[in-house]
Design a protein around this ligand. Structure first.
Ligand code: AP5
Length: 212
């Protein structure tokens, strides 16, 4: 069962994708992670994306589509989660073309609903391991030793785009560009909604409901 996970910044897309990968053997394609990996490697694409991401804007569609197309080729037999892609209707239209070429069907587009007032606190409190990508939160899920990853001992830091100013811009970009996908997926009959409030386990169970 192939999924799209979408929702506002901080809704828990990455957190839930990690659980689905670990427990249900999904193959996750996160365009945000792919772009950050390109930035860390200082590739030309990464350098181009960095400035845009740090302004809270969307990276050009052709760049992210290229990344997604490449990753889809590496999925093997596994079911796919698209995390953070598509991000606007143009990307969605381009995605259907690629999926048709590859013979892949999306079964559900799961919208993780979290009200705006929770998002700022979550994102300002988020910390990420620079080595393995594990996600922590200083309010909800702190690492055992501050600044050190529980899983691999790597450095746990704040993401470059998790400053208040950039978060507010990301939320604005989300409302303008990504939120209209709700109607888009609804018209296609694949929209599923799950509450992103509560324990991560509860949210996971909400998503699992659609997979069974
Ligand atoms: P991306 O990395 O996709 O960021 P985002 O969409 O803003 O989403 P986040 O990763 O911030 O949040 P999340 O929903 O994954 O939440 P998480 O699970 O971490 O994109 C970054 C940038 O890349 C974009 O701004 C854009 O520039 C570019 N980009 C990416 N894709 C693109 C595309 N397709 N097109 C163009 N540009 C693109 O959780 C957040 C925090 O909350 C964590 O600390 C977590 O521990 C905590 N948390 C999670 N669940 C719960 C819960 N249930 N209760 C309490 N806390 C929780």
């Amino acid at each position: 069962m192939n999924l799209i996970l979408f929702g506002p910044p901080g809704a828990g897309k990455g957190t839930q994708s990690a659980l689905l990968v670990e427990r249900d053997s999904y193959f996750q394609i996160s365009t945000g992670d792919l772009l950050r990996a390109a930035i860390n490697k200082q590739t030309p694409l990464g350098m181009q994306a960095k400035e845009t991401m740090n302004k809270g804007l969307l990276v050009p569609d052709d760049i992210v589509l290229g990344l997604v197309r490449e990753s889809l080729g590496a999925r093997g037999q596994r079911s796919v989660i698209l995390d953070g892609f598509p991000r606007n209707t143009q990307q969605a239209e381009a995605l259907w073309v690629v999926l048709k070429e590859l013979g892949i069907k999306i079964n559900a587009a799961v919208f993780i609903e979290v009200e705006k007032e929770h998002l700022l606190k979550r994102l300002l409190g988020r910390r990420v391991c620079q080595n393995c990508g594990a996600t922590y939160n200083e309010h909800f899920k702190p690492e055992l030793k501050t600044g050190v990853c529980d899983l691999c001992g790597g450095a746990v830091v704040q993401r470059a785009d998790d400053s208040k100013e950039v978060i507010l811009k990301r939320l604005e970009t989300y409302e303008q560009s990504t939120l209209p996908l709700k109607d888009y997926f609804s018209k296609l009959g694949i929209l599923k909604k799950v509450s992103g409030i509560g324990e991560t386990e509860e949210v996971y169970m909400g998503i699992k409901k659609f997979l069974n």
